[in-house]
Design a protein around this ligand. Sequence first.
Ligand code: 8GP
Length: 829
Amino acid sequence: EWPIGDETTWKTALDANDVDPEDAQGVANTVVHHITTSLARQAGNMDTLAAYQATALSVRDQLIKRWNETTTYHTSRAPKRIYYLSIEWLIGRSLDNAVLNLGMRNTYEDATRKLGFNFEDLLNEERDAALGNGGLGRLAACYIDSMATLCLPGWGYGLRYNYGIFKQLLSSTGEQLEAPDPWLDRENPWEIPRLDVAYPIRFYGHVESVPNSDKAVWQGGMECLAVAYDTPIPGYATKNCANIRLWSAKPVQGFDLNSFNAGNYEASVQASSEVGNITQVLYPNDNMYAGKLLRLQQQYLWTSASLQDILRRFLKLDKPWSQLSDFICIQMNDTHPTIAIAELMRILVDEEDVPYDQAWKITTKVFAYTNHTVLPEALEKWELSLFEKLLPRHLQLIYRINYEFMGQVAKRWPNDMDRMRRMSIIEEGTPKYVRMAHLAIVGSFKVNGVAELHSQLLQSTIFRDFVEFKGRDFFTNVTNGITPRRWVLQCNPELAELVTHTLGSDQWLTNAQLLRNLLPMAEDVNFRKAWDVIKKNNKRRLADVLEEELGILVNVDSIFACQIKRMHEYKRQTLNIFAIIHRYMQIKKATPEERKKMQPWTFIFAGKAAPGYYIAKLVIRLIVNVGKVINNDLDIGDLLNVCFIPDYSVSIAEVLIPAADVSVQISTAGTEASGTSNMKLAINGALLLGTVDEIAEDAGEDQCFMFGHLADQVQQVRFNNSYNPIPLDQRSPELAEVFKYIESGVFGDAHIYESLTKTVYEHDYYLVSNDFGSYLAAQKLVDDVWANRDEWTKKAILTAFAMGDFSSDRSVQDYADGIWGVESERVPE
Ligand code: 8GP
């Protein structure tokens, strides 16, 4: 029975709407339709921005149809669903990716050309959705692409920040300046506001216990709403479309009625703008915990709204709570959503009348936690007093969780007070803290690291006690991955075409292991030629950008060595820039004959420093100023260039990565959980110059240039640096020379860099001096191989085509099989 109105009218209208534009004319029709309706423009009055917007809206129509079909299909099938909770989604641009995944790239290109526009120009009108800092946020974006492509019934949940990661500007003296990124100013064609999907969120207030029960009543404080905005994510070669639901904070009412009545109009408006603050801005820290109240508000608003949404969907199934984990799994991307564990307990116990013990059984079958770092400064721990003020009921529940947990620990290890102190969710001391990683472990059924070595280190260091408590099987590894759709097909179309042509099909895009079939092509002269042409084209494209944007002319026949990632001491951009200075000194000293034998390099850096991270910002300043001297030194010809590309973003990465010859991955051994730029660079044929890296196993150590102390040596070296220090000129005479050169003022006032060099002169926690000599030696090996370009190309091909394991499809399938227990639900054609 048709619910409302006349059935024939409805069905005819639905059918009429259901036409998929199949050819360029059909697509052009939809674009023009949006120009004249959605944009309210005269057809003749168009610029590229308007053309981009109309094109995006036309693509969005396609996505929404698929989104609807997927939702309807999954609702009818009622499968187990996976929800991926990530506080960051570093999506980048969507238009190119969407038309590629829809298989409509050519049609859209044709259609817009016929309408008088160059498709590339339209693509460049789009602003990046930069709702993330770095690896963790981009990982979430790759994973949702894979979830859609693998047809998994899954959604992502996050926050709709009005301001994404800051724009990085450089002052004339090379200092990083931060400007806001109001990415929504131009409207975001990819989002669907769901103003009807809104959940109440409470902060502060007080708790009243209910006698003779586990329950409590949390009331008062401040209430606001979390409103949903959806971003459809199309899978590749499937109708399935996943969703990222982002929450925006809104006041419950437009104004506070009390102040309104009192005639205090200003105060009433102010109250609502305070609420709006919650989702205003992304915190710009990467691998560094800041402990701000607003951040905890963000975390709670996001996880509470997501849980309410997830449970509402579950409740429609009419199943008992005991079956919750048969229908849902929640993956926590780091500890940021860990408060969800206490929130689920609160909902079950306080609102759904589930007894505490039963609620705990249900809760601990639902959550899984991914750890992304062993760095202690990145582990979240909230000051207890702040936590208690904002979320009083949650703290009570955490106390109870911890009480029961400590009881179990005491039972296994009686009188081991030290162990209890180490493992407790509450860190004793002044002040006290709530340790989110401990809560995440205690409340989850599975915990994983993001690379083999990282997962091992987790178990042998920061989570060691928990391994003894939970057993080895509780901890697992899921090595990170990247989507070959964006990171080959979209960013390197010529390489993608070569691969598809040689393999005779594009199936490698959904089964990246097929790339291995191309390994023998390393021996094929013609293939190598084709490969070199593509690399050269990509290098030219980047060189044009460097000339246009930075005014730096680079030698496209030089080795393009890219270190593109957040600025961080552990990532050791320092090691790289010091080695560049060393190279410059060598060139300056060399005779013309010797110079002829030297290989030309172009070092490319890009990355943001957290605004409050003084040393990281100083490193940027040094790189920029070294670049100025070297790039302007006519004497050295084109043997060396140094570029710092400001405002690194997903879009800039898409230009840099296909052009790289060398992938610089030189963080202190054991500090980088996984790294993902390494995977993108390798699959595009850059050779790995690095300390430990899991991809070296697949590529083969022969293909890579590895150097430096290993993870298990780091502690000892650190100890020696601090307690049995040897003067720098003995630890590394080369580095001591470099420092003297800096101190001589060649790169500007030497005092500026004192606090940076001091970190090395003194404790050198990151082993810059200890690894310097072997880093130089590894670069020498790079020089030698570059001198034999045929050998180089072979290595590049062998590296790229061994990268199948690092597809995010493999990672996500590992999660689905090993942790989530969800299966593919492909929407029928
Ligand atoms: C990063 C890790 O540093 C990197 O090794 C790993 O590949 C990546 O996560 C994905 O697993 N960590 C972060 O991006 C991070 O801690 N971000 C903070 C802002 C939360």
